[in-house]
Design a binder for this molecule. Sequence first.
Ligand code: PBG
Ligand code: ZN
Length: 333
Amino acid sequence: MSEADRGVPASLRLRRLRRTEELRRSLSETDLDPARLVYPVFVRPGGGAPEPIESLPGVERHPLESLGERAREWDRDGVRAVLLFGVPRVKDPEGSGAVDPDGLIPQAIRAIRHSVPTLRIVTDVCLCAYTDHGQCGLLRAGEVDNDATVERLARMALAHARAGADMVAPSAMMDHQVREIRAALDRAGQTATAILAYAAKFASPLYGPFREAAGSAPKSGDRRSYQLPIGNAREALREMAADAAEGADLLMVKPALPYLDILARARRRFDLPLVAYQVSGEYAMLRAAAARGWIDEAAAIDESLIAMRRAGADWIITYFAREVAARARREGR
Ligand code: PBG
Ligand code: ZN
């Protein structure tokens, strides 16, 4: 017996269970139910046509005035949940627009809720699209002031909750942001609003297309004083543990595909639902290769999402959500 044969009986034929599509499907270990997908949506004030985003082909900035109509289309395609990002016209040093109870996102929440009451609404809670300097927090003497930022994020989250968001998703990577948001929501009686914590958010170049979409690139410097160093897995797990202890209902890992090791380790360590965010750069890479005919687009999209599910993600936030749901519907899945 050769080394390679040891322990494997001659009767073993793994290919027996791969013979037909019906058999393979019946034994699938990992599903890609559209109910697990969350569709990111960029909202801008006013009316007119949706604006394309060059580095995110197929993704648009939607005007507030037609958002309700759009939501009905997403619903018809089988989208179950959206993650809202505001792209305000006016920005200032304090990100004032972010905390306005009648601001862009509160209005967007009401419009969607009115037109498709069943659509789950998650909102991004961060200041970078609202500040003129583009940092995720408030600046004091040139540095991001953690505690002043957290206070503002809590006001922002409360405005979203009061407008009817099901879930708020703080993404600024400030210490104690989850604890302070939970406290503010509870004090105001918004105990049913869940917190999806961007817990392990790495300082990634893959956010580039998003920053073009949201006009949120930092004017100077970078985000490395708050986002995670890309090589630090243990530190990422400490961030996740902190957010869990502070009251997060779900924990996110972001980006997704390059960080499946973090997701798999988090799956073993935490009992909370886990969420993977397939970010703008991951989307752009797949789209760009597919546009050149270098990969099979639908198959590559599915493979990327199934990999995230296999690693332990309960939900996936992806710009492909709408087309994956529509395809599942067409194919009767
Ligand atoms: C805001 C935020 C970012 C993303 C989600 N929320 C950008 C950033 O941190 O610069 C990135 C999402 C994507 O790239 O698709 N803090
Ligand atoms: Zn931010």
